[in-house]
Ligand binder design. Sequence first.
Ligand SMILES: *Cc1c(COP(=O)(O)O)cnc(C)c1O
Ligand code: SF4
Length: 357
Amino acid sequence: MIPISLESGQSDDWRALQRRALRSPAALLAALGLENDPLAETLDSASPFPLRVPPPFLAAMTPGDPNDPVLRQVLSLTAERAAVPGFRADPLEEADHSPTPGLLHKYAGRALLITTGACAVHCRYCFRRHFPYPDAHSQGAKLEAALAYLEKTPSVEEIILSGGDPLMLDDEKLAALLTRLEALPHLKRLRIHSRTPVVLPQRLTPVLVERLSASRLQPVLVVHVNHAQELRAGLPERVPALRAAGITVLNQAVLLAGVNDSLDALTALGDALFAAGILPYYLHLLDPVAGAAAFAVPRDQALALYQALCEARSGYLVPRLAEEIPGRGGKQSYAPTLGPSRIDATGLGEKVVVREA
Ligand SMILES: *Cc1c(COP(=O)(O)O)cnc(C)c1O
Ligand code: SF4
C-alpha cells in the first residue's frame, strides 16, 4: 500500500491553482468585467512573454477598474512592442559575473543561484522577460559545478536562491537542494527571493515551512510586493507561520509608474507590509528593459518621492532605494538624505530640500 500523507492534499493545492492560471489578456479583462473597456483594444495576445496570472492574484484585482494597480503589472499590451531608446533586451550585462552557469557571484559574502527559469506570474516590467532561462538554471551538471565553486569559495556565507522563481520548484526538489547546501560548512544563511508567496500564497506549504525551519542555515524569505492591494491574495494570513518557524520575511518592490509612484501608495505599502509582519528591504528603480518603458519613473521624480517617503515614515518602514548600474558591477543604494532632486513630492506645498550626492 502507498502511505497517504496528511499533507499531500495541501501540498498539491498550489500546483492545481497554478495549472488554472489565466494565459490570455482577453480572458483576464473578461474576468474583471472589462471586456468592453477601451483597454480591450490595446491587448497583445501573442506576446513572446505571455500573460500568466494565477487565480489568487486575479482575486487581488478590483473588478471594473481599468487602472487597477495589480492588473497593470501583468496585462500584456501591444505598446510593449514599440522600440524605445535606452530600453534594451539585456540591461544588466549579468553574464560577466557568472563563475559557473546559473551562479552569479558579484558581491562579497553572498552568491546567487538561478534555480529555475519558471515564474508563477509574468510581470510586464521584469528585466528577465527576454530570458526564459531554459538553460541557465542550475540542475544536473550545472548544479554540481556551482556547488563545486561554492565549496572552494569559503568567503561566501550566504546563498541566495533566485530565478525565475525558486518556489516554482516542488518541496522535494527544494529539500534536496537545501541538503546539498547545508553540507557546505561556511554557509550561514539561506535567502530565497520569490514573488510566488504573494501571487500564489498556497505555495507556502507546511512541508516547505518545516523544512526551512529545520535547516542549519538561517532562513530569509524576500517576497516581492509592489502595491498594498496585492496582499488581498492572502499572503498576510500565512506570515505568522513563517515567523513562528524562525523565517525572517523581507520585501522588495520596484518603483512603477501607474502602480506605486505616489507617496500615498508607497507609505500604504510599507504600513501594510509591517502590519503583516514583513519588513521593507529594497525599492528598486526600474531596469531599462525593452517593453517596460511605460513603467519608467523619471529619476529626479523617483529620488524626490523617496525623500518624501523617508520624511513621512519611521526608518524601519522605509526600504533602501536601489538601482542596478550596468558596467559598475552592481547595485547602487541611496541613503535617505542623498539625491540631486529638489522637486516637491510631499504635496504639502513645502520644498523638499535634498542634499546633493
Ligand atoms: C541583488 C543581488 C544580490 C543581493 O544583494 P543584496 O544587496 O545583498 O540584497 C546578490 N547577487 C546578485 C548577483 C544580485 O544581483
Ligand atoms: S516573478 Fe520575478 S522574475 Fe518572474 S516575471 Fe515577475 S519579477 Fe520577473
